[in-house]
Design a protein around this ligand. Structure first.
Ligand code: NAD
Length: 315
């Protein structure tokens, strides 16, 4: 039985990662400081193979047992969170990643970094292959997140090349599913909350900017395939089917059978115009590709989360 550390394990993706690893018969040690995550996301876990440790990863940590895998997911991830926590976001990307890479080195564990499509910034290449270096504004408000992740990637490769740590980098593209927070500002939970409350759906700009949405189960499968491979270079994990924000809003209205209308609001600073993963490497090197299409994923999200949680009642 492998022992896995999941940082950010009380968050959206991290809690799904804990569920998946436990159901695959692995031990899980979950680290989280509950900044943007919640105990509600892990309260259903009853397994004796699960251990939760409340800890801020910007501080050093010690574990007195063997570890096989480190899934490093801890970081504020939605624009609302990292704009509220700019210094913390930079610190968790730097100090936090240092601490986890140091631990992986000490334990001879395979380290998997949760990076992001945001390392490509507002891309000038479309779709984005891993070989694209990106177009990021380092001093804009989003720079705290984008550059923290770019630094974390550089650090990961340095630990690999110079310190011999067994590392992997997953560039996660927009992912959705149950346990996203209704007010975290990301498009899918916002539209679901608004549609389920029959309120207007707020689309930024003219809604022609595109995104690709990956269902959470597909994303977690990608992380595990990466962990089980011997790949060290970054790999995009995301759904290449591209939607405009307007199409997404219309799909959410259709799936929820809502009578909401669509309204338009100002575009946030440095909001990328396009976002679509080139997943050729994931297919070739991991045999991975997404399976869940948007409508089905939205239906499952609604069933699993329940309307109360999606509209934020009881938070
Ligand atoms: P989330 O906010 O739900 O989860 C992040 C978790 O990290 C939270 O539980 C939070 O409390 C924890 N955390 C933050 N700072 C910490 C610290 N200093 N010490 C310990 N724990 C800390 O976000 P998410 O959407 O689940 O994202 C998880 C990871 O995936 C992040 O690294 C994010 O950058 C990456 N990612 C997510 C998406 C997506 O679409 N969800 C896209 C790209 C990348």
């Amino acid at each position: 039985m492998a022992t896995c550390i999941v940082t950010g394990g009380a968050g959206f993706l991290g809690s799904h990662m804990c569920d998946h690893l436990l159901s695959a018969g692995q031990r899980v040690i979950c680290f989280d400081n509950l900044d943007t995550g919640s105990l509600q996301n892990i309260e259903h876990i009853r397994s004796a193979d699960f251990r939760f440790i409340q800890h801020d990863l910007t501080e050093p940590l010690f574990i007195d047992e063997p570890v096989d895998f480190v899934y490093h997911l801890a970081s504020p991830a939605s624009p609302i969170d990292y704009l509220r926590l700019p210094l913390h976001t930079l610190k968790v990307g730097s100090y936090g990643t240092h601490h986890m890479l140091g631990l992986a080195k000490q334990k001879r564990a395979r380290f998997v970094l949760a990076s992001t499509s945001e390392v490509y910034g507002d891309p000038q290449v479309h779709p984005q292959p891993e070989s694209y270096w990106g177009h990021v504004n380092p001093i804009g408000p989003r720079g705290v997140y984008d550059e923290a992740k770019r630094y974390a990637e550089a650090l990961t490769m340095a630990y690999h090349r110079q310190q011999g740590v067994d590392t992997a980098i997953v560039r996660t593209f927009n992912t959705y599913g149950a346990r996203m927070r209704p007010h975290d500002g990301r498009a899918i939970p916002t539209f679901l909350r608004q549609a389920l409350q029959e309120k207007p759906l707020t689309v930024f700009g003219d809604g022609t900017q595109t995104r690709s949405f990956c269902y959470v189960d597909d994303q977690i499968r990608g992380y595990v395939a990466m962990a089980e491979s011997d790949v060290h270079e970054p790999i995009n994990i995301g759904n290449p089917i591209e939607f405009t924000l307007l199409e997404l809003a219309e799909t959410v209205i259709e799936v929820t059978e809502s009578r909401s209308e669509i309204v338009f609001e100002a575009l946030p600073t440095d909001d990328p115009q396009v976002r679509q993963p080139d997943i050729t490497r994931a297919k070739q090197l991991l045999g991975w590709e997404p399976e869940v299409e948007l409508r089905a994923g939205l239906q499952t999200t609604i069933e699993q989360a329940g309307v109360e949680r999606l509209v934020g009642m009881g938070d």
